[in-house]
Design a protein around this ligand. Sequence first.
Ligand SMILES: Cc1cc2nc3c(=O)[nH]c(=O)nc-3n(C[C@H](O)[C@H](O)[C@H](O)COP(=O)(O)O)c2cc1C
Length: 267
Amino acid sequence: MKTIIYYFTGTGNSLAAARKIAGPLGDCEVVPIASFADTTGTVVPDAGRVGIVCPVYFAGLPAMAASFAERLDFASANYVFSVVTHGGGGGTAALRQLDGILKKGAGRGLDAGFAVSMPGNYILAYESPTGEKRDRLLAAADSDLEAIADRIRHGERLKLPYSPLTSAIRAIVYPGFLSRVHGDDRKLTVSGECTSCGTCASICPAGNIEMVDGRPVWNHRCELCCGCIHLCPAEAIQAGSGTEGRQRYRNPSVSMAELKRQRGDEP
Ligand SMILES: Cc1cc2nc3c(=O)[nH]c(=O)nc-3n(C[C@H](O)[C@H](O)[C@H](O)COP(=O)(O)O)c2cc1C
């Protein structure tokens, strides 16, 4: 059976997860959600099995993933799954959000949903794990993903887990995140270390960064994925003094070139 996995990523965890699942599924296309950002209308995946893989943001979905899910129509799909990657919690609430969106728009929800713990990348609040801790987390995620791929391959239908605490947290923090996310790039600044390489502009999944006179300018369509902060080779992008000196993160199995291809406008 053909599978299409749609993914959104800031620092590569969710792309690494999507690829890890795609391998054992055989005929599987891994497609960036960001490549639909400049399009409108219904998306009808031409596959019997459809997956959505993305990070958890504030115990919910990234804004772009939520809007994309609203556009899906599962005319030919008979199995729909999701894997959300997170740095510590909120996965069950994000899966329930997605399930609700799909039921409302596409008329059918998730057949199975999984939350996988990976290194947290919300650098505005904390430093991503480094060294052995990071390696342990990635190794554990790899083995979780292998088991998940197996369950998906066997078409397991699962009741979505429910956590009242996580749902309550989501109800408190997610609406605020959603209402301010696109303008949150006002917190971002670039220092004199900037080499005008344009990496930030080319990796931004929202196409939100323009190089003006060799410096990045953010155009308030931010997804807060933190990709520009983490992936700037000169570590020249900050969000206030809190991000200064914090270790940057990129999933080690994902290349810069792959992250640049997310919007579909890089070769
Ligand atoms: C804006 C933002 C909000 C986040 N919120 C959560 C959260 O609520 N719970 C959590 O466990 N991790 C949270 N994280 C961490 C990410 O979900 C996690 O690191 C994810 O694997 C990143 O995936 P990516 O590399 O594909 O972008 C957040 C990260 C960002 C950038």
